[in-house]
Design a protein around this ligand. Structure first.
Ligand code: ADP
Ligand code: MG
Length: 258
């Protein structure tokens, strides 16, 4: 079974331990929600899986289909099938959305086994338009510089557009819902639902349960102080919606996250 596996992961930033022994296995076809208050290390987990150099892995392992990716650079992890939709997408002036996506897709094709040829510009335009339709995006976005002057919602939609074009084996969505109104959450969720399937494992990182009304999780995990402290089904996220995170803090005797 194809899986993204995180084993006893410990991650430090500037020598400060942030992730403190985290275990998680996401099989293809499964949706896992990672919930937790701000500052518990959710984004740190996402960056560590992607291989951001600032996030030092001091113990444990991250495996894709049984092979460790710790020695792989972020672009190699991406080609190994791992995708991260950023909580705070960066802009790249001078690079259009269409060019960025076509370059990323071709890079992926070239590293396939066996290697595939580049997609033609015409073919790519068709693909991009069909994915933009899914996300109710204006085609004009293809010609705009990546995230340059985009609203928060437009940036998140562009992240999900990347997901839709690249169709990775494992997708991590870091607070894709934050800053979006309910209509935008519905649209990006429908976009995710349209591309996920038996060949994709998804980690939905979120503070709030509302996105999980649209992207139904198979498993819900509560992260606190760098660990997963509770795992369950969607009942757990509904409990968080009703009760907040105080009971988690009390139950685990942990200080309030700053
Ligand atoms: P979450 O996504 O759950 O809100 P983060 O992973 O962003 O949490 O942050 C976890 C902890 O790591 C926080 O205490 C935060 O201040 C710290 N942290 C995160 N990123 C950095 C960074 N780039 N440099 C220094 N500290 C960081
Ligand atoms: Mg975060």
């Amino acid at each position: 079974m194809s899986a993204l596996e995180i084993k006893n992961l410990h991650v430090s930033i500037d020598e400060t331990p942030i992730i403190k022994g985290l275990n998680l296995k996401v099989n293809k076809g499964e949706v896992h929600a990672i919930m937790g208050p701000n500052g518990t290390g959710k984004s740190t987990l996402a960056y560590a899986v992607m291989g951001h150099p600032k996030y030092e892995i001091t113990d444990g392992d991250i495996l894709v289909d049984g092979a460790s990716v710790l020695e792989l650079a972020p672009d190699e992890r991406s080609r190994a099938g791992v995708f991260l939709a950023f909580q705070y997408p960066v802009s790249i002036p001078g690079v259009t959305v269409a060019n960025f996506l076509r370059t990323a897709l071709n890079a992926r094709h070239r590293h396939m086994e066996p290697p595939q040829g580049d997609i033609s510009v015409l073919e790519f335009r068709k693909l991009l338009k069909s994915k933009m339709d899914l996300l109710e995006m204006d085609y004009a976005f293809g010609g705009r510089y990546l995230n340059e002057g985009f609203s928060g919602g437009e940036k998140k939609r562009t992240e999900v557009l990347q997901l839709a074009v690249l169709e990775p084996a494992f997708a991590i969505l870091d607070e894709t819902d934050s800053g979006l109104d309910i209509d935008a959450i519905r649209i990006v969720s429908e976009g995710v639902n349209a591309v996920k399937g038996p060949n994709m494992g998804v980690m939905v990182i979120t503070h709030y349960q509302r996105i999980l009304n649209y992207i139904k999780p198979d498993f819900v995990h509560i992260m606190f102080d760098g660990r997963i402290v509770e795992s369950g089904d969607q009942e757990l996220s509904l409990l968080l919606e009703d009760e907040g995170y105080d009971w988690v803090r009390e139950k685990y005797g942990l200080a309030e996250a700053s």
